[in-house]
Write a protein that binds this ligand. Structure first.
Ligand code: MBD
Ligand code: FE
Length: 249
């Protein structure tokens, strides 16, 4: 017997039963929904479907316990086995992406630099594929781990991300379309900052004026500007500056 699992399971079942009653759901609708969940699983889209609707709520719940950097969607495409990189995250030349410098600083709540923080950075290819998940793209493309230096700084080169469309030939895209929602996310970069003794922060960066900013099909936090980066350049490269403030555990 696991009390926590019992409590949450009972609460979910009770909420779902209320929906069935309120909506006067027919057997045909109920069976269609069961079949739909089967299709989602078969298409290996369960993590995607669940993150589209619930990931942001988890971020809000978690953030209420901390004072440092706010979190944002992790999404279904994080890989912990990306390579360590020092100056460059590998990209594919065929896409001719805009050269970009990603840098920033990691501190604790008092502003003290946090050296040796591990920052995972990942993004999709310009045609919406994540390495390690789609088309057998090796996991060392468009992903990497960097470490902050003695002063808490990190810097790495990559290319600029572009808007991302959730595959609309799969069951998740089909549901979004059926409920009148589009399937686009603004151009984004994923980050996960990890340091022993501190809260791990997963977040994203977006671009000022970018398509779908403030209108994300996954309700990510591009709507209030906090992680929306103005277009700046350094040494002829697009500059994406993202700092992290980590809560001690
Ligand atoms: C993504 O690339 C993503 O970041 C999220 C949150 C959901 C689906 C695809
Ligand atoms: Fe993403």
């Amino acid at each position: 017997m696991n009390k926590r699992v019992e409590q949450i399971t009972s609460a979910i079942v009770s909420s779902l039963r209320n929906v069935l009653r309120e909506q006067d759901v027919t057997f045909e609708e109920y069976r269609t929904a069961v079949m739909y969940m089967g299709k989602v699983a078969e298409a290996k889209e369960l993590p995607l479907l669940i993150d589209v609707f619930l990931n942001i709520t988890m971020c809000e719940i978690s953030d209420a316990h901390f004072k440092g950097s706010r979190s944002d969607l992790e999404g279904p495409y994080f890989r912990s086995d990306s390579p360590f990189v020092t100056d460059e995250i590998k990209t594919m030349n065929e896409y001719n992406g805009r050269p970009t410098l990603m840098k920033g600083k990691v501190t604790d709540l008092d502003g003290k630099p946090l050296a040796n923080t591990l920052i995972n950075i990942w993004q999709s290819t310009p045609d919406g594929k994540y390495s390690g998940f789609h088309d057998d793209i090796p996991v060392d493309f468009y992903r990497g781990k960097v470490k902050t230096d003695d002063y808490g700084y990190y810097a790495v080169r990559c290319t600029a991300p572009v808007p991302y469309e959730i595959k609309n030939d799969g069951p998740t895209g089909a549901l979004l379309e059926m409920i009148g929602r589009h399937t686009w996310r603004p151009a984004h970069i994923h980050y996960k900052a990890e340091k022993e003794g501190f809260r791990t922060v997963t977040t994203q960066a977006y671009f000022e004026g970018g398509d779908w900013v403030g209108d994300d099909c996954c309700d990510g936090r591009s709507d209030d500007g906090e992680r929306v980066i103005p277009e700046k350049y350094e040494d002829g490269k697009l500059l994406i500056e993202v700092d992290f403030v980590l809560d001690a555990n």
